[in-house]
Design a protein around this ligand. Structure first.
Ligand code: AMP
Length: 280
């Protein structure tokens, strides 16, 4: 039986009982509007943990754009229906004051890793993420936490935070789940105007093509103009970044060699899409 819990006091009671019984706890933090990508994280948690908590919280602190926050899909009932077959132990849907009670004054901030890529274009975003994730780790008492490679920079930032703060939680990376045409699943995809949906998969196609050329020794700077042109031709309005980074510390690279990641953010039909793939 899945319990729907809305307060940290109720969650604490539940988790304390599990821990007394020696059970391991996995958490899957989400902002809801669940899709198969989220569900793959839940499946990974179910396979490795005695108890699984899915959190659903649209975290105002990580939105740098008020319109993006206002328009973010909220589909709690449909989310519960999607989770039902997976029989998680708890769906935790805290009200904002359970996370940010009156007088809240603390910020968790990771330096370095947060400075480029999405961090450069979304001021304050990662501070919002690390602050809420630190709180969700504390509230759920999780032994393992499942994050998608879809948000690759976020995954590295959260991993760094957990290590730096000696948090007793293992951050487990999970591969990106894609639509049949390659588009990375995302809650934001439902906001794509229907006439742009087919073009959205161009982002993954461009990344895949670039990764192959990088693997053959090409330099990023030589590939970028054609890649940006292909995206624009497909209907993308703007490429925010298209970068090659070292897989762990996200240091900028010009060519493949050490384990690397090719990452992109681009706007299509008023929606910001991000994606990334491994290189080498
Ligand atoms: P969100 O609800 O967008 O904050 O995402 C919650 C978690 O699901 C994050 O760890 C994401 O990286 C992960 N996630 C989102 N989309 C996908 C996907 N297509 N494949 C795998 N994980 C995903």
């Amino acid at each position: 039986m899945t319990a729907l819990i809305r307060t940290r006091a109720d969650l604490r009671r539940c988790v304390t009982a599990w821990k007394r019984a020696g059970q391991s706890v996995g958490v899957v933090p989400t902002m809801g509007a669940l899709h198969a990508g989220h569900l793959s994280l839940v499946e990974a948690a179910k396979a490795a943990c005695d108890r699984v908590i899915v959190t659903i919280f649209v975290n105002p602190a990580q939105f740098n754009n008020p319109a993006d926050l206002a328009g973010y899909p909220r589909t709690e009932e449909a989310d519960a229906v999607k989770l039902a077959p997976l029989a998680v132990d708890v769906i935790y849907v805290p009200a904002p004051e359970e996370i940010y009670p009156e007088g809240f004054a603390t910020k968790v901030s990771v330096t370095g890793l947060t400075e480029g890529l999405c961090g450069a274009h979304r001021p304050g975003h990662f501070d919002g993420v690390t602050t809420v994730v630190a709180k969700l780790f504390a509230q759920t008492g999780a032994d393992r936490a499942y994050f998608g490679e879809k948000d690759y920079q976020q995954l590295q930032v959260v991993t760094r935070m957990a290590a730096d703060l000696d948090l007793p939680v293992e951050v487990v990376p999970c591969p990106t789940v894609r639509e049949p045409d390659g588009l990375a699943m995302s809650s934001r995809n439902m906001r794509l105007p229907s006439e742009t949906r087919a073009a959205a998969a161009t982002l993954y196609r461009v990344l895949t093509g670039m990764a192959a050329d990088l693997g053959q020794g090409a330099a990023l700077a030589d590939l970028r103009p054609a890649a940006e042109a292909a995206l624009q031709e497909a209907g993308f309005d703007r490429v925010e970044y298209l970068d090659l980074r070292a897989a762990r510390d996200l240091a900028p690279l010009d060519r493949a060699g050490p384990p690397a990641r090719l990452l992109a953010a681009a706007w299509l039909g008023g929606v910001r899409l991000i994606d990334n793939i491994a290189v080498g």
